[in-house]
Write a new protein. Structure first.
Length: 213
């Protein structure tokens, strides 16, 4: 029985499912023995779906209870994979998500309606959508997720903050129990309080660089 259990645990788990609660509960997992075997399946998924978020999680579902999983989400579909699969294709996945995040930031961040949340598990974004002619239309960027563990995220966030600072002095203060305000000259940016420490670090680094110039 022990050997049978160990054999069942061999390989890496993954599944592609619809982005619905029903599919989350019912959809089964596939197994592969080598992470490189997933290349055509993952490539096809990335071509057909625009990835909005990537999360690194434990206990994705009852069937992957004690697994380190990485979850890619688009509007319609989800790709769940064990972390060794993600690690095999990390560079390609991270680059695609970074491009999607930059596109959203460049297009919608200046609207001033985006909450930026700094966390340890999730990279990506959530669009603001309105229903128009029985279909959803993107109207803005609702949330931007910056992961401490993703250097590309940190670099993007740093560029956002430095763009607000410009050549002026900057300060960051609490607006209320959930928001902070980054202010520099006549420019400002409202952030979730989770971004307080990282924002302060960037401001300090910017001041030190200016002193040494």
């Amino acid at each position: 029985m022990k050997k049978l259990f160990e054999k069942e645990k061999e390989g890496f788990m993954y599944r592609i499912r619809e982005n619905t609660t029903e599919a989350y509960i019912k959809e089964g997992y596939e197994r592969i023995n080598d992470a490189s075997m997933i290349a055509p399946i993952l490539g096809d998924f990335l071509r057909k779906n625009k990835i909005n978020t990537m999360s690194k999680l434990m206990r994705v579902s009852e069937k992957a209870w004690d697994k380190h999983m990485v979850v890619l989400k688009s509007d319609d579909f989800v790709f769940e994979m064990e972390e060794p699969i993600y690690n095999r294709y990390r560079e390609e996945i991270d680059q695609i998500l970074e491009n999607n995040m930059k596109e959203a930031v460049n297009k919608y961040l200046s609207d001033g309606k985006t909450r930026i949340l700094v966390n340890f598990t999730t990279s990506g974004l959530e669009y603001e959508k309105n229903e128009e002619n029985k279909s959803e239309k993107i109207s803005g960027l609702k949330e931007l997720y910056i992961s401490y563990t993703n250097p590309l995220d940190i670099n993007l966030f740093k560029n956002i903050v430095l763009n607000v600072i410009g050549n002026d002095d900057a300060s960051v203060s609490f607006l209320n129990s959930t928001d902070i305000l980054l202010k520099s000259g006549n420019r400002s940016l409202v952030l979730d309080k989770s971004a307080y420490e990282l924002t302060n670090d960037i401001i300090k680094e910017h001041k030190n660089l200016n002193k040494n110039m």
